[in-house]
Design a protein around this ligand. Structure first.
Ligand code: BES
Ligand code: MN
Ligand code: MN
Length: 457
């Protein structure tokens, strides 16, 4: 639509400046030190919603960080799109590995570098700008409700209650989310699934205090060694996970489904080169795309214990700890997998240590249909602005709230993300291409148009 193109063109510099402004606010949800900045970011998002043309926008307090909610209702009889995104970001550590400051956004080589550039400020802000484009050109084809939360990166633990409490207010026909990635701009794709998550923490305790490693070493079990042995035993020689019952509910895909997944463009050589690894790794019998898309995994996210300061200290630590997460696939239940993990980890602890296993947050996997009206509208929107049909892919990441949209509100979700796998989300030098940002703003209005037209006709 020419009016959209013209409006975006005329305002594109401001659209970029406004995003940079949001990226300057360190809205790190995990770290209480940034609580004030998280609140400040929520305020900024609310102001942007109003400026973009929402009839109303509000800060909704929760037991944790606030949710920002806005809406523009043009006609209650028309379809309604509920946009979801998050304004909180992951911690920036390790800060010394950033080329420029994580909260001092800089554009190099056409890419915006900052924490949250892609995940998810850059992507959620595309929706606010797309709404502005439609509202200011009087071309909004449907009602828009927009909910941007501040706790996605810490497990969205208060959003479930918000959904329960606001069923009426959040009534919609579809949820639209931009918080996932595409294969590339040459190969636009739409994720048709997300993995679930079960996140655990373990503590292994040996002696009742730190010991001199010469006086006691060799005669008392070192909990760090034992923890490593226990963790190592969680995968077998084929890199299958050894927790009894772990795979019980996992569905094997049909040959046709696997073929479809593997037909997506993917260059293993490039992949290894880009990551600086000589060889890939993973569960025997599955390709890399299957390993990240349709198979469950278990990863150590952090491991510590003993002396890690400068220089050397000879110590046999009393405790060793690890954070371990499992990515889950449809049918596996996060709570059940946490229980299986706990039971197994406790059972493999040798007598010379005690273990404590606690569960952190979790979430369920989802598969979004590719034959729905909403998916087709998204595919047509991509076709319109990229000139190519999108490839459906199965994403490896998790957005636990998507399963709750279905369970609590009865709503399906379309994952229309514009990030790239190498955008360094959660890592130093996170980036988002300016091109992708603009492409997203250009594409999203077409989703609204095609979705509304399909429902109304
Ligand atoms: N946007 C990501 C999830 C994502 C990334 C999905 C790339 C698909 C492709 C989201 O912000 C995220 O990081 N989720 C967490 C889970 C959450 C409970 C902390 C994740 O996947 O680790
Ligand atoms: Mn995200
Ligand atoms: Mn994230």
């Amino acid at each position: 639509m020419q009016a959209w193109k013209d409006y975006q063109n005329e305002h594109k510099d401001r659209f970029l400046e406004e995003l940079l402004g949001l990226l300057r606010i360190p809205s790190v949800s995990a770290d209480s030190k940034y609580k004030g900045d998280v609140a400040k970011c929520a305020d900024a998002v609310k102001e942007h919603m109003l400026k973009a043309g929402c009839d109303s926008a509000e800060i909704c307090p929760t037991a944790g960080h606030p949710i920002v909610y806005g809406e523009k209702i043009i006609d209650p009889k028309l379809p309604t799109v509920l946009v979801y995104g998050h304004y909180d970001v992951q911690p920036a550590d390790p800060i010394n590995l950033w080329t420029s400051g994580p909260f001092d956004p800089q554009i190099r080589d056409g890419k915006i570098y900052a924490r949250g550039a892609c995940d998810d400020k850059g992507q959620m802000f595309m929706h606010i700008k797309a709404l502005e484009v439609m509202a200011k050109t009087n071309t909004l084809p449907c009602n828009v409700k927009i909910m941007i939360e501040g706790e996605e990166e810490v497990g969205s633990s208060n959003l479930g209650k918000f959904l329960e409490d606001n069923k009426q207010k959040l009534k919609a026909d579809i949820v639209l989310v931009s918080d996932t990635s595409m294969i590339s701009m040459e190969h636009p794709s739409i994720e048709s699934g997300l993995r679930g998550l079960a996140y655990m923490e373990v503590e292994v305790t040996g002696p009742n205090r730190d010991l001199h490693s010469g006086v006691y070493g060799g005669a008392v079990a070192n909990p760090a060694t034992i923890l490593c042995q226990m963790i190592a035993s969680l995968h077998d020689e084929n890199n299958h996970i050894t927790i009894p019952g772990f795979y019980d509910k996992v569905q094997e895909l049909t040959d046709a489904e696997r073929k479809a997944i593997n037909s997506a463009p993917f260059d293993l050589g490039e992949y290894k080169k880009e990551l600086g690894v000589k060889s890939e790794w993973g569960e025997k019998g599955y390709t890399t795309l299957e390993r990240t898309g349709i198979r469950p995994t278990l990863e150590v996210n952090g491991i510590w214990g003993g002396y890690i300061g400068e220089g050397a200290k000879t110590v046999l630590p009393s405790k060793a700890n690890a954070k371990i997460s499992m990515r889950l696939v449809p049918n596996q239940v996060s709570g059940e997998i946490s229980d299986l993990f706990k039971k197994h980890f406790e059972s493999i602890a040798p007598d010379y240590v005690t273990v404590k296993v606690t569960a952190h947050h979790g979430g369920e996997a989802v598969v979004t249909p590719t034959d729905s009206v909403a998916y087709k509208a998204a595919a047509k929107a991509i076709q319109t602005t990229f000139g190519k049909d999108p490839i459906p892919t199965r994403g490896g990441g998790s957005i636990p709230i998507v399963a709750l949209f279905e369970k609590t509100l009865g709503l399906k979700t379309v994952l229309l993300g514009f990030g790239l796998d190498n955008d360094n989300i959660h890592s130093p030098d996170e980036k988002y291409d300016v091109f992708n940002y603009y492409k997203g703003i250009e594409t999203l209005p077409y989703f609204h148009k095609f979705f509304a037209e399909a429902l109304v006709s």
